[in-house]
Design a protein around this ligand. Structure first.
Ligand code: PA5
Length: 469
């Protein structure tokens, strides 16, 4: 077991700290424990019954071997890795890269232990065109990693078709075969068909694992392994957290307490959940969490078919940056938010602050310190200020940001989401509202079979000049 760890600190959501009106009383907490304890068992049973295969991803040694073998074959000749994907097929990749590789990874070869990484999770033509201008004469040293579970997502498919043409024009069919790795469903979908026809290298999105729960599958692990991230340590962290979040003793289970606290506040006037890392490296995990929470918990109906319109709104903020942007609202605006800080003890570097010039003795208090102390004091200062205004705060404490602790974090928040979904009695794993948007795009782009939907859309989207000022 690694010496580094993460822990959930929840004292500052309690009524003793923020008052009875805004906090959780001892009696509330007891009730939450009683409600959540059978839910822990329920999701453990669902896991045993094979209903939540994402929970077993960290235990899949064969996948790790397969990914490492493929990365080993490609890495030496690859200077640029380009991931094409969106949503659950990109956010985890971005989060792992930001968390675990140096800030200057793409720019400074001395700080890099793999290819440069570019993740395209959008379809802005100017952005892609600028990139293609740069990469066009480097395609022989570039691997394209296209990721789509369904294989039909318009954003990913369109990017892929653009790059496919470029590679075919420059490198021919063999080049296409050798420079593309497709990650998709084992048997089904358009991308699987293309991959089979062109004899591309492929990895699989495991059955029953939704995009937002797939970061510990080849979806997230392949690009991480290519970029020198220790994926075995990542999975070890997830496995160790899996034991903690499977514990049927509510008081020992950080996911159960996290889910119960979020559930309590949602039902008590705090429908927004702000996640605020005090670490640049953790900032994209907030994006990853935002999708996980929003797509899993935003649901119209409960499992009994009642209209419930459930959904805590996840909001991402970054400390210390957003102290100068959001904290005014967070302290003086409506008391409708639960805050979750991510705090890091050891940043690996302390960054001592230079001496103050004689002309500015008032900066002397900084001069004897370092950025680790400053950023962590700022977190505590913001938390104190919020608590003074009776805003409840959780903290996830990282000893250090390492592959092991990131694996722990991923598992903690995935299982928290499953538990929260079960507490809300909703289907955590579908996303019907996302599907309609995808289909409406097909209709607007003229795809066969979507003509009726196109007719329904046009009255809403055709611009009415009477309302244009
Ligand atoms: O979590 C999800 O299911 C979504 O965000 C999908 O990951 C996203 O829509 C991309 O889908 P696909 O991987 O099928 O292209």
């Amino acid at each position: 077991m690694s010496q580094h760890n993460i822990k959930l600190y929840y004292k500052n959501v309690m009524a003793d700290i923020v008052g009875d009106e805004n906090g959780i009383t001892t009696a509330d907490f007891k009730k939450l424990a009683e409600k959540t304890t059978p839910i822990i068992k329920q999701i453990n049973d669902e896991r045993k019954a094979g209903k939540t295969p994402y929970r077993d991803l960290p235990f899949n040694d064969d996948t790790v071997k397969e990914i490492k073998k493929l990365a080993g074959q490609l890495k030496d000749s690859c200077e640029n890795l380009v991931v094409l994907g969106i949503g659950g097929s990109a956010l985890g990749n971005i989060a792992l890269q930001t968390a675990l590789n140096p800030y200057m990874y793409n720019i400074d070869s001395a700080q890099r232990s793999g290819p440069r990484l570019f993740v395209f999770d959008n379809i802005d033509p100017a952005q892609l065109s600028s990139f293609l201008d740069w990469v066009a004469d480097k395609l022989d040293k570039t691997i394209i990693n296209v990721i789509s579970k369904s294989g039909r997502t318009a954003e990913t498919a369109s990017q892929f078709l653009i790059i496919r043409k470029l590679i075919l024009d420059k490198l021919g069919p063999d080049g296409f075969k050798n420079h593309v790795v497709a990650i998709t469903d084992k048997n089904q979908g358009t991308l699987r068909q293309i991959a089979n026809d062109a004899d591309l290298k492929t990895l699989e999105v495991p059955d029953g694992v939704g995009g937002r729960f797939s970061v510990l599958s080849p979806v997230g692990l392949f690009s991480a392994a290519m970029c020198g991230i220790d994926i075995e340590a990542l999975l070890e962290g997830a496995r160790d957290m899996d034991k903690r979040v499977s514990d049927e003793d509510f008081y020992k289970n950080p996911a159960a307490i996290n889910a119960a606290v979020n559930y309590h506040f949602y039902n008590n006037g705090k429908k927004n959940s702000v996640i605020m890392p005090y670490s640049y490296h953790l900032k994209d995990l907030a994006d990853w969490f935002r999708q996980l929470w929003a797509e899993s918990l935003g649901k119209t109906k409960d499992l009994d078919g009642n209209d419930v319109y459930i959904g805590p709104t996840p909001i991402k903020a970054l400390g210390a940056t957003d102290q100068h942007s959001q904290v005014q609202l967070y302290r003086e605006g409506p008391n409708d938010k639960l805050f979750t800080f991510l705090e890091v003890k050891d940043f690996g570097k302390t960054m001592p602050i230079g001496p103050a010039p004689e002309s500015a003795p008032e900066l002397g208090y900084l001069a004897s310190s370092d950025l680790t102390s400053l950023i962590n004091c700022e977190k505590k200062a913001t938390e104190f200020a919020l608590l003074k205004d009776k805003r409840p705060c959780l903290t996830v404490l990282f000893d250090k940001v390492t592959p092991y602790t990131i694996g722990q974090f991923i598992c903690l928040f995935e299982v928290t989401t499953s538990l929260a979904g079960a507490l809300f009695n909703i289907n955590t794993y579908d996303q019907p509202a996302v599907e309609l948007g995808k289909e409406a795009t097909f209709a607007l782009m003229g795809r066969d079979g979507f003509e009726d939907l196109a007719k329904q859309i046009h009255p809403f989207t055709n611009v009415d000049g009477d309302f244009l000022v």
